[in-house]
Write a protein that binds this ligand. Sequence first.
Ligand code: MN
Length: 761
Amino acid sequence: MEQLVETLSIDLEQERKDILKKYRRLLRTAKPFLKDNDAKLIKKAFYTSVEAHKDMRRRSGEPYIYHPLAVAQIVVEEIGLGTTGIVSALLHDVVEDTDMRIEDIDRLFGKKVAKIIDGLTKISGRFEYGTSQQAENFRKMLLTLSDDVRVILVKLADRLHNMRTLDSMPRDKQLKIASETIFIYAPLAHRLGLYSIKSELEELYLKYTEPQEYRAISRKLRETKSSRDRFISKFTEPIAEDLEKAGLNYIIKGRPKSIYSIWNKMRKQNKPFEEIYDLFAIRIVLESPQEGDREKALCWQAYSIVTDHYKPNPDRLKDFLSTPRANGYQSLHSTVMSKSGQWVEVQIRTSRMDEIAEKGYAAHWKYKGNDTKVRGNIEQWISQVRETLETGSGDKTAAIEFLDEFRTNLFNEEVFVFTPKGELKVLQSGATALDFAFDIHSEVGVHCMAAKVGGVLVPISYVLSNGDQIEIITSNKQKPTEDWLRVVRTSKARARIKDFLKEDNRHYETDGRQMVERKLKVLGIELTAEVVNQLRAFFECKTAADFFYKIGKGYVQLDELKRFKRDKEAKERKAVTAVIVPPVEGADGKSYTKLLKNLHGDRADSDTLLIGDDMDKIDYKLAPCCNPIAGDDVFGFVTINEGIKIHRTTCPNAAELMSKHGNRIIKAKWESNKDEAFLAGLYISGTDRVGLINDVTRIISNELHINMRGLTIDTKDGVFNGDIRLYVQDTRHLDILISKLEQVEGVYNVQRFDTNLTGSV
Ligand code: MN
């Protein structure tokens, strides 16, 4: 993101002073947390980073070290991390941007720091193209949660500083970084409970993407400030008086809502600024001498004082005191009616809760001695995320799908329910009894029949309400169906059901294949690869597997194979006829063999379609039945509605097309200098070993720089079978890849396949 800039006239002495000043400020902030050797370690990290980045400058022209220093400052001051976090922040760009290697970090700072830096380097924005890469990156980032949550926290600090210094970036980069921030980082900060960081990221996002609206809203906020302040002080006056009388230590703030949330509201409700009423919330922060039940009592006492003066809306009372949000947030929220007839949100919490709400996760560690429950929640969340991630496959579309689901989960509020033994489970709001069953255990999930809520029998689609106590009823005969996917809300349950259905389908597929094989034998047909393809086409299935599945399931009756036989025989008779007798209706009267011979001619004469070259002028498409790529032997087929389709001469449909519609065939050749990528598929098989998939993907993306679209690998009893879909330039390119892959230890067969490239994996 940053780059080297030629230095013109820079006061190096002044810069050196500035760097030291920033460093001393960092040490001062960190001081209360430091023990034993901590200061020494930070100093070492600081000098290592200074040395490593010494010749680098940020795009703004500043010395590069300003950036790691600022990130470290955020890490300690705004997130509250200790020495390991500070050291990691100081070194976070060293491996990616300088000559230092991860081994050097390990040697100098130990395993823990090295692991964090490694995680940070891996998730850094190396891939710039397309959302799928971003999604995959994000998935990688969350995977590192399993190692150390500090990776994410330092990454957030890094992103925050980059957003704060976005001014020096060109416009396109600003937009890219800002949208990534709103899409991924702000929700993540929210989920980790880093409220103020989340708000700042959102604010900066708006500032760079909608600068005019941002300025307009902030101007209007300023203009209305004094009347708002008058309202707030009038509203809080009687409350403050009574809090005083009750002898409570408190602070009352009228907190304006963020510009981003106001903008969001205006957009969602399609209203001008003037009609948005809840521009602020009242927050009462109470000083509590000790932690625990006393805190809760204090908050309720304050609540009772507020409602002595203002009538509360019973539907809007939220008690996050007794059941904190999964990110640890605790507070009492209520909406009350002011004297002037306006609803006002009031939040009541203690100063400890307030700090947790602002600093989130990191603040928990400060209080960790007494707050195992909150910490437990965070750990529960992290393990949930990990589980979801581990069930996802490595393929790109899966990464995007995952990201969507993850984001949905981020924004949903939770529902709190209980097991029969009284154990609390937190699920996303809208979750059903079936989700609950899967949350308990996959085995309970897949055999779930119904549930009992408070002793009453309910179906699996029952939507959970807060406080429900649920007993799951299971049966060994029960198993998931496609319909279940519509019943569940959580990504965990969905992933498990999908896994199960996949397994289940495979079994129908093998059954189907055996049934077909037996039946065809009776009919005197052998099940060769060619016949499989003919069957697929005849029964209009996307893949052969699909066809066998339909047979196995009984969607296609075995008896229909007789019809297939008749059709096949008729076609074979026709094909033979076509070769011998020129078709009468064929305008040019060419026979199939002549046609084919002609197509193979090397000369590109005037009536040859040049693929690539003629692209802009002529409407042609690559046929999905054989997916030609540049370099393949091909011909064009003039269709009735879809322009010209390019087929390979080896296409399973080629014979039929040429023999039936010889007059619609045209010659086609590839124009070689076009820079285009073609989707191709490879089957790969061999014996399984650790690291094999890594080796395969390394060749594809690192060595040959080929973009993968999808990868599925199935391993069974030490043998693996995979299919890879990727974009290649031409057949030569594909041949190089195939021969490279064949050299990988364990791989014994790599083969191109043609059909169903665009279908789901
Ligand atoms: Mn950075």
